[in-house]
Every structure is written in structure tokens, then in C-alpha cells.
Design a protein around this ligand. Structure first.
Ligand SMILES: [Zn+2]
Ligand SMILES: [Zn+2]
Length: 312
């Protein structure tokens, strides 16, 4: 399939064609850069370049194309983001939750100078979400961010999102799991024999508040007390919820069970959807709606990069 045709469809599969031109342009340039940087190559063994879902980039064929989205995508033909003469590995996610994450906290230890812990907000605010107290205050509040309801109301969001996005709150959300659900998921994913989880304790956070280390204290089926540490955002999201938790930028409320030996369950209070590195799609949309230009959006999410044309 010709690359430019593919990209025009990606832009309106990732987000809807209702988005302003500046957003569709930014999304097309980011998708083109990611594709041409060709770093992840998740499906080499199967002999194809990309799949059609969130694992790579969403592609739902020509169904969602409109004249306006096609025009916006075409206007960016051949344009990519460059950093030090290399095409930017422009990963992106739905909502950073307020602060962007660093590359090396999510993937291999290969820092990218264009993926840093930067607040997704106007001005030069500094926030340090590695501290438990600061993070707790932050996740339970609604700080001004391009992806927060200050820039785009959650109830208006659905018209801008791609047609397979779940409805729900993206910037701040709450998800409950029962003791049984969590135990079942942990036993399945980690091949353990847990009877009950006693404590879920955050040990280390990255700058966006995402968890890098989580300690799980539990009692196994032989009534022995045990502990285990889960590393990395991806693994933590996988083990905490059967359907993969929206984000690991969470605090965990433990629910007591009157008169019973074990907790009845847990509530995750979270920020953002996805890994949070690179472009925050809802934030980029918030910027576009506030009148920022395509370049301003791109340079905000990939600081230090430059727009360049690699073919006409
Ligand atoms: Zn894939
Ligand atoms: Zn954001």
C-alpha cells in the first residue's frame, strides 16, 4: 500500500476527521516519522511492516476519510521530524495525564533527548511526580494541561476520538478491582498460586508519575506470606487489570473488608491513557483547538526536533 495513502487513513483512525486541520497535520507527521524511523519492527518474524491496531498504529482503511482530513494529510506529504540527522522515533499515546514520560523509563535504556518529563501545559511549570506525596496530590487534582478539561471538556472528546476509542475519562479516572479479580489475573499472568493480595506498594515512580516498580505482598495457597516486585509500566499495567490498565500513573486505595481476613479489593485512581511518551493525542488536540499551529504542537511534544521534508 502506498505510504501516503496509508498515513491519510491512520490519521483518521487514530482520531476522528472532526479534528482541526492543525491536529490532523501533526498526527500525520508523527505517524509518518514513526513509520519511517522504523525502529520498533514488531512483526518482522511474520513478514509484514505494521499491524492495524494500537500495537503499531490504527488503520481502519478508507472508511473514516473525509475530503478535509485527506487534504490535511496531503499537506504534510514527505514531512517528518528529525533530530541529529535521524528521523525521530515519534511514539505517541492517547493522554499523558499532564506530564510526558521519558523514553528510557518505558522501553530500553536508550534515552532520547526529545522525549523528556515535560509538563503538557503552557508556560514553564516544573513538577516532580517521583515523590509519593506530590504525586498523590497531583493525581487527585485536575492541574491545567493541554489534555485536561481546561482545554477540552471530556463530554466533547468523543466527537474527536477515533471510532474504536472507549468512552470514559482519560485525564483522571477511577477503576475498581475485587480481590478475586486481581488474584485471578495475577495467577494467570504470572503463573503464581496466590490466595489473597495484602498490599500493593509503589516503590519507584518516573517523572510523569508512572510506576517503575510495584511491590506486591500476598499470601499464597499454602498460607505463606510472600513478596514480589513488578518492574516497568507495561508489566505493571498488565498484572493490575485483566484488560490492561489504562496507565500506571496511579495511586492504589486498599478496601477493607469488615470482619474478614482479607481486603475486599482495590481502587486505582489514575492519570492518562497509554505510555505518555511523545505526542499526547488529546493534548495535541487541546493545543490545536486553542489555536496553536502544527509546528508548535510537534515541537512541544518532541522538543529539539525539526520538521524536514524527505521526499516531495
Ligand atoms: Zn503491531
Ligand atoms: Zn497530555
Amino acid at each position: 500500500m502506498p505510504l501516503e495513502e496509508y498515513l491519510a487513513c491512520v490519521a483518521t483512525s487514530e482520531m476522528s476527521s472532526e479534528c482541526p486541520d492543525t491536529y490532523i497535520e501533526a498526527q500525520s507527521i508523527v505517524a509518518r516519522s514513526w513509520m519511517l524511523a522504523n525502529v520498533e519492527q514488531k512483526h518482522v518474524a511474520l513478514g509484514f511492516d505494521v499491524c492495524n491496531d494500537d500495537c503499531c498504529q490504527r488503520f481502519q482503511g478508507v472508511n473514516n476519510l473525509t475530503d478535509h482530513s485527506r487534504k490535511a494529510a496531503r499537506a504534510t506529504r514527505g514531512k517528518v521530524l528529525m533530530y541529529n540527522n535521524k528521523i525521530v522515533d515519534a511514539r505517541y499515546s492517547k493522554s499523558c495525564g499532564g506530564v510526558m514520560e521519558r523514553f528510557e523509563n518505558l522501553w530500553e535504556n536508550d534515552p532520547k533527548d526529545y522525549m523528556l518529563n515535560i509538563p503538557d501545559a503552557p508556560g514553564n511549570i516544573i513538577v516532580d511526580l517521583t515523590s509519593e506525596t506530590d504525586f498523590k496530590y497531583w493525581v487527585l487534582s485536575v492541574p491545567v494541561s493541554f489534555c485536561s478539561p481546561h482545554f477540552i471538556k471530556e463530554e466533547e472528546l468523543h466527537k474527536y476520538l477515533g471510532n474504536v476509542d472507549e468512552s470514559g475519562k482519560y485525564f483522571r479516572w477511577k477503576v475498581a478491582v475485587s480481590q478475586e479479580e486481581l488474584v485471578q489475573n495475577l495467577n494467570e499472568k504470572l503463573r503464581l498460586k496466590i490466595k489473597a493480595v495484602e498490599v500493593l506498594k509503589p516503590l519507584k515512580r518516573a517523572g510523569s508519575g508512572r510506576l517503575l516498580e510495584l511491590e506486591i505482598s500476598y499470601i499464597d495457597v499454602d498460607d505463606k506470606k510472600k513478596k514480589l516486585i513488578i518492574f516497568k509500566d507495561y508489566e505493571i499495567r498488565k498484572v493490575l487489570h485483566r484488560k490492561f490498565l489504562y496507565s500506571s500513573a496511579i495511586i492504589i486505595e486498599h478496601l477493607l473488608n469488615d470482619g474478614e481476613d482479607f481486603l475486599s479489593g482495590f481502587i486505582y485512581h489514575g492519570a492518562g491513557w497509554g505510555h505518555g511518551a511523545g505526542m499526547c493525542q488529546i493534548g495535541g488536540l487541546g493545543m490545536a483547538l486553542a489555536g496553536y499551529q502544527t509546528e508548535e504542537i510537534l515541537y512541544h511534544y518532541y522538543p529539539g526536533s525539526e520538521l524536514s521534508s524527505v521526499y516531495k
